[in-house]
Design a binder for this molecule. Structure first.
Ligand code: TTP
Ligand code: MG
Length: 362
């Protein structure tokens, strides 16, 4: 008889990553509120906060907030511009440590990765490995992380977020359902602000409420995403940790305030996104070969189309033209569009044939 081996999955997410990298480089920042993002120009600056350290979060500052608002909440904070080369360097060092301890390793963004450590064979052993990893990351790279361990990727990722910063949360298979059930629905993977609002209107507050809700009703509200939501809320996730070389793409997503089929407006978003992506690529010395367009309709049906080009590019124009070409294929649909995402993949560093990690800024 074949006995199925229990899966043990770990998710590691670095704490206040960009800000902690800056603290590491400038010890005089330790203990002060630190905000990374656009120049606040004494409160007149445009643009948003990339991240804030935990001290700055005490003032209510968080990722995605207008930088002018962050300035008004704490003018005395240290405001610093993003320095991608530094963050990639630190992330590469951290990922090297994680890879060493993994049966299988998958980096999913600049500062997070899954590792399959089923060979540890018990959650107790896995916890010891996690403690060693935390120690090694701190002594080698001088940054901190939070770790979640669970029977699948969904539980592990939710667990790493449970006690931040510097947390270690272990959820055994028999605890998974109770752990998820008690959490607010917003904490379920994939539930954003809009879905959460729609769920609240149905009287759903927790992940347990989603799990107990009639799946047909969810399906009629959200289409296929409703069925998926119901499935995830049970703590179900069969997906494997997929071995990856490192970061493979850079992307941005934009959710419209009101669902739209105004092609001119969508093209405007594509243009702005392409410019933003090209700036990030230039800062990093990266070239792309593939452009990916993602469209989510009002009913949450989501499609991606991509095109791989004949050669490597690093400019905004090629992203714009390719993405708009891909958009034409969606134009026949009468459904309104809720979200548009543009991503460039197949990345190469100038001079070096090296792939880097995925980085999504929303
Ligand atoms: P996160 O892991 O989401 O955030 P964090 O590491 O700063 O904080 P914590 O994990 O402790 O909650 O994102 C990793 C980095 O990605 C973050 O340091 C900065 C960048 N980022 C943005 O630039 N914009 C964003 O909106 C988000 C969410 C992150
Ligand atoms: Mg993080």
């Amino acid at each position: 008889m074949q006995v199925l081996r229990m899966r043990i999955i770990m998710h590691v997410d670095l704490d206040a990553f960009f800000a902690v990298c800056e603290e590491r480089e400038r010890p005089e920042l330790k203990g002060l509120p630190v905000v990374i993002g656009h120049d606040p120009e004494k409160g007149k600056g445009r643009g948003v906060v990339s991240t804030a350290n935990y001290k700055a979060r005490e003032y209510g500052i968080h990722s995605g907030m207008p930088i002018s608002k962050a300035y008004s909440l704490c003018p005395a904070a240290a405001f610093l511009p993003v320095n991608f080369p530094l963050y990639y360097r630190v992330a590469e060092g951290v990922m090297k440590i994680l890879r060493k301890h993994a049966d299988r390793f998958q980096q999913i963004s600049i500062d997070e990765a899954f590792i399959d450590i089923s060979s540890a064979e018990s959650f107790e052993k896995a916890a010891e490995v996690a403690a060693r990893i935390k120690q090694e990351i701190e002594t080698t790279e001088n940054v901190t992380c939070s770790i979640g361990i669970g029977p699948n990727k969904l539980i592990a990722k939710t667990a790493s977020d449970f006690q931040k910063p510097q947390g270690l949360t272990i959820i055994k298979p028999e605890e998974a359902q109770a752990f998820l059930s008690a959490l607010p629905s917003r904490k379920l993977y994939g539930v954003g602000e809009k879905t959460d609002k729609a769920l609240k209107e149905l009287g759903i507050e927790t992940i347990g409420d989603i799990a107990n809700f009639d799946v047909q009703m969810l399906q009629s509200m959200f289409g296929r995403w409703g069925t998926e939501l119901h499935f995830l809320a049970q703590g179900s996730d069969e997906s494997e940790v997929e071995e990856s070389e490192g970061i493979q793409s850079v992307g941005r997503e934009y959710t419209f305030k009101d669902d739209t089929n105004d092609i001119a407006l969508i093209n405007e978003i594509i243009d702005a996104t392409a410019e933003d992506l090209a700036t990030t690529l230039a800062e990093e010395g990266l070239w792309y070969r593939t452009v990916v367009l993602k469209i989510r309709y009002e009913n949450f049906e989501t499609h991606t189309r991509q095109k791989t080009l004949q050669q490597n590019f690093n400019d905004a124009e090629t992203i714009k033209n390719t993405a708009k070409d891909l958009l034409k294929k969606f134009a026949e649909s009468k459904k309104r569009i809720r979200l548009v995402g543009v991503r460039v993949a197949n990345l190469r560093r100038e001079g070096r044939q090296k792939t880097v990690g995925e980085f999504v800024k929303v």
